[in-house]
Design a protein around this ligand. Structure first.
Ligand code: PEP
Ligand code: MN
Length: 265
């Protein structure tokens, strides 16, 4: 069990510092799965900010199951994230898949995301542990809590104390109705075991936009510190993860509902 106080992860954004942690207001991260073009990323940034999000998420490098699926726009998408950061004042969270891209990601990202598929890429973990930006570590889709915490330990041991843990659903036998099984019990378990801030991603956790609001609310009830929600201006046209993406209107509605149940902004 954990010894001592909950850690705070303070992230500097253009709008000022934002703190993730047990004793701080809920921090909401929102944005599309992939950065598609300037117009959509800037529009999404403005809309999610108006609704109360503090960070914009968006992938430049995408870990797709099929090599023939859209892989992300790469470096040019990083520039679009920088534009959206300037335009909105939001902090930026984006995924690193390959250590070779880390330096240019660190230049524009306020938080570097390690995705589920790389949770046990130990050489990548050591490298994100050796750079200065906070790290968002997603749970591997078949990782135990112990494996996940040990993966976080790789980052901490490499010298970076600013790690946020993100539960994003684990493999389930029923993939017809949900993409993953969101492990909400991970929230109180992690609270017992670790000082690190806890984020929940109900978008990848369920795979369907219709189930995101109820799982977001359940996660807050269970005590999470942060939420990551996929939002796209036109989910039907999204290049990745459209079915699980909220429209900006649905996201705004959700934020209003979250404000009522507490720990919210
Ligand atoms: C994502 O955040 O878009 C993503 C690919 O998530 P995960 O690594 O949890 O699948
Ligand atoms: Mn996605």
């Amino acid at each position: 069990y954990r010894h001592g106080e909950a850690s705070e992860v303070v992230v500097n954004t253009p709008d000022g510092p934002v703190t993730f942690g047990e004793h701080h207001p809920l921090v909401v991260v929102a944005g599309p799965c992939s950065v598609e073009n300037e117009e959509m990323i800037v529009e999404t940034a403005r809309r999610v900010k108006a609704a109360g999000a503090r960070f914009l998420r968006g992938g430049a490098y995408k870990p797709r199951t099929s090599p023939y699926a859209f892989q992300g726009h790469g470096e040019s998408a990083l520039e679009l994230l920088a534009t959206a950061r300037e335009a909105s004042g939001l902090g930026i969270i984006t995924e690193v898949m390959d250590a070779a891209d880390l330096d240019k990601i660190v230049e524009i990202a306020d938080v570097v995301q390690v995705g589920a598929r790389n949770m046990q890429n130990f050489s990548l973990l050591k490298k994100v542990g050796a750079q200065p930006k906070p790290v968002l570590l997603k749970r591997g889709m078949s990782a135990t809590i112990e494996e996940w915490l040990m993966a976080a330990e790789y980052i901490l041991a490499a010298g970076n104390p600013n790690v946020i843990l993100c539960e994003r659903g684990i493999r389930t036998f029923d993939r017809q109705y949900t993409r993953n099984a969101l492990d909400i019990s991970a929230i109180p378990v992690l609270r017992n075991l670790t000082h690190l801030p806890i984020m929940i991603d109900p978008s990848h956790g369920t795979g369907w936009a219709a189930y995101v609001p109820s799982m977001a609310m359940a996660s807050i009830a269970a005590g999470c510190d942060s939420l990551m929600i996929e939002v796209h201006p036109n989910p039907k046209k999204a290049l990745s993860d459209g079915p699980q993406s909220l429209t900006p209107e649905a996201f705004d509605q959700l934020m209003q509902e979250l404000a009522v149940i507490g720990k919210a902004v």
